[in-house]
Design a binder for this molecule. Structure first.
Ligand code: NAD
Length: 294
């Protein structure tokens, strides 16, 4: 057996093309152009790359993009003032503050200062609560992308045992909520979980969101399982060049799993596509338009 490749790049491209048409339709029918404001504090090189690609993707989808680059010594009060302005600005439908923030700034306070209706990262406590209680809110982008990829490959997730390794607020926990909502039986695993390989062998769906290169070995995977690899790890290959690998030992997993996301080209491209989707959703809901009708 050789696992089918879950091609996140192709799926994300299709999602973005479809969104572009919906954005055009929203503009034509209601005169609205959704706007995404991205805030970057400091000069972390990886964050700069992420912010650039988010802004570029927004423009390609037909959204307005507002970039706010602040110096590393920006105070928490200055950042909160900017968020107040963005919350009040009707042209801004989505606000994303790129994490991590400089140590002097309390990220929790910043996230909670974003209007929950514009919180396109889905990190605000209101959106966390809405997701946990099964109410409509804004859902974190990476878990949303994982669910879309799973649903594209598996018609019904009901009753499947999903093991999620990693309990972060941005990936593991919200994905657990989404898969519970999809009627999976969900087990969360983390750094203190005992006998992780044996637990993983019981998973119909195995999600790795840890940040440890190729930690999940082929022998941990149940034959026929669907493997979603969220990890993005930079490693230096034998020839000295840098490459990206996931949290799953991909070559070992391929002969055992039924389907697997590659790294790169799996979950990663879905995250930005879902951010654009969330901005569109926020723009519609803020004006009492049902986004599913567009
Ligand atoms: P995190 O550091 O916040 O959380 C890691 C989790 O892994 C923790 O809950 C911890 O308990 C668990 N863990 C650590 N060591 C473990 C071990 N030995 N066994 C079992 N569990 C262990 O990380 P995060 O922000 O959730 O990100 C996880 C990975 O996903 C990283 O590689 C990150 O780069 C990647 N990521 C990718 C995307 C994307 O768009 N594809 C988005 C977010 C994060």
């Amino acid at each position: 057996m050789s696992a089918a490749l879950i091609d996140g790049k192709t799926y994300a491209t299709a999602l973005r093309q479809r969104l572009r048409k919906r954005v055009d339709q929203l503009r034509a029918s209601h005169g609205i152009v959704p706007g995404l404001a991205v805030v970057l504090v400091g000069e972390d090189p990886a964050s700069q790359v992420y912010v650039r690609s988010k802004s570029k993707a927004s423009l390609e989808a037909g959204l307005n993009s507002f970039e706010h680059k602040l110096p590393a010594d920006t105070t928490e009060d200055e950042l909160l003032d900017l968020l107040d302005q963005l919350n009040a600005d009707d042209a801004v439908d989505g606000i994303l503050v790129q994490l991590p923030l400089p140590k002097a700034i309390d990220a929790g306070a910043v996230i909670d200062a974003i209007d929950p209706d514009k919180d396109v990262d889905g990190f605000h406590l209101i959106n966390v609560g809405l997701l946990a209680t099964g109410e409509p809110g804004l859902v974190p982008c990476t878990p949303m992308g994982c669910e879309l990829l799973l649903r594209a490959g598996v018609p019904s997730l009901a009753g499947l045992h999903a093991v999620i390794i990693g309990r972060s607020n941005i990936v593991g926990k919200p994905l657990a909520q989404l898969l519970l909502r999809a009627d999976c039986t969900v087990t969360m695993a983390h750094s203190k979980t005992r006998d992780l390989p044996a637990l993983c062998q019981t998973a119909d769906i195995l999600v790795a969101a840890v940040g440890k290169p190729e930690m999940v070995r082929g022998a941990w995977i149940k034959p026929g399982a669907i493997v979603i690899d969220v990890g993005i790890n930079r490693v230096v290959g034998k020839d000295g060049t840098m490459r990206l690998v996931g949290d799953v030992a991909f070559a070992e997993a391929v002969p055992i799993a039924a389907a697997i996301t590659p790294v790169p080209g799996g979950v990663g491209p879905m995250t930005i596509a879902c951010l654009l989707e969330n901005t569109f959703t926020a723009a519609c809901r803020r004006r009492d338009i049902d986004p599913d009708t567009i």
